[in-house]
Write a protein that binds this ligand. Structure first.
Ligand SMILES: Nc1ncnc2c1ncn2[C@@H]1O[C@H](COP(=O)(O)OP(=O)(O)O)[C@@H](O)[C@H]1O
Ligand SMILES: [Mg+2]
Length: 285
């Protein structure tokens, strides 16, 4: 690293890395990530969304984008990071999912090094990196959750979702010593319903786990969300006064109140190397 490069890195803004996970699929992670990203962008923040879900219903589809390339092309050395990034509504950046890549944790040393290099070469001012996780409690989900500075667990008011959210929190606290979790009830009737759901899970967690759960508010079940999905637009653009749009405004305000990181934790490449190191660790364990 030469002097100019060192200076450039130092002058970078610290980036806040937030992973959004759920345990169960279909509870609204991708919608939360997409709409939170857009709401932060509208507030003047630079946001990059890392689509870490290889399944269906990706963030690019949410906003009607059609990326030609994805992270697998970077890993194969065919494209640089800049070439695969796509821009979404309000200037949010999206790093498309890597179809055909089994999992970042399973990459060989060569591919990992390539990925770190590619991420380090990203020369853009960023305030937030949002990671949209796959469903389940697989290696990658745990890895992204541990490497992030903040973890938002999305859950819906149904037994399977509550159980899976709890299972995720349990694994992360028992096996990896993670203590802080933000909980976001989605598709709830109203704020009271969301608070009741939070109370339910935190009561059990307080009894059996050594964790600090934080209620970040909730997103109501709102036909405006589905209607916005159908026309592939952010709900705040299509239906600015809908209950869901207002809830995303409140969520973004909450997220912006979190302190920004200082030091190496606030860099995208640091996050990436944490992700990859954790993966290597898991394999040898
Ligand atoms: N608050 C909400 N109100 C109404 N529908 C919602 C809400 N959140 C998500 N949905 C719908 O639920 C489905 C699953 O959402 P998605 O974000 O793809 O979930 P996940 O990423 O967790 O699998 C989508 O059809 C989406 O439109
Ligand atoms: Mg999803």
């Amino acid at each position: 690293m030469d002097q100019a490069e060192g200076l450039r890195r130092m002058q970078r803004r610290p980036v806040k890395v937030i992973t959004v996970a759920s345990g169960k699929g279909g509870v609204g992670k991708t919608n939360v990530v997409g709409n939170l990203a857009v709401t932060l962008a509208k507030a003047g923040r630079q946001v990059l969304v890392f689509d870490a879900d290889l399944g269906l219903g990706n963030i690019d589809i949410l906003f009607g984008l059609a990326p030609k390339h994805n992270i697998s092309h970077v890993l194969q050395g065919e494209k640089s990071m800049d070439e695969i990034l796509v821009q979404g509504p309000h200037g949010i950046w999206i790093l498309p999912a890597a179809s055909g890549v089994a999992g970042l944790a399973q990459l060989d040393a060569h591919a990992q090094a390539r990925l770190i290099d590619a991420v380090s070469a990203l020369d853009m001012p960023l305030d937030y990196l949002l990671v949209d996780c796959a469903a389940g409690i697989s290696g990658d989900v745990l890895t992204f959750s541990r490497a992030a500075q903040e973890l938002i667990v999305v859950l819906a008011n149904e037994p399977a979702s509550v159980a899976d959210a709890y299972a995720l929190i349990k694994v992360l606290s028992r096996h990896y010593g993670q203590r802080r979790f933000h909980l976001l009830p989605n598709m709830v009737r109203d704020a009271r319903d969301g608070q009741a759901l939070f109370a339910k899970i935190s009561e059990v967690a307080d009894r059996y786990l050594d964790v600090a759960l934080d209620w970040v508010g909730s997103i109501p079940l709102d036909p405006a969300v589905r209607a916005a999905v159908r026309i592939q637009r952010p709900v705040g653009d299509a239906y600015p006064n809908s209950p869901a749009a207002l809830a995303f405004d409140a969520l973004a305000a909450r997220v912006q109140s979190w302190p920004l990181p200082k030091g190496p934790g606030g860099q995208v490449e640091f996050f990436m190397s944490q992700v990859l190191n954790a993966g290597a660790h898991e394999e040898s364990a």
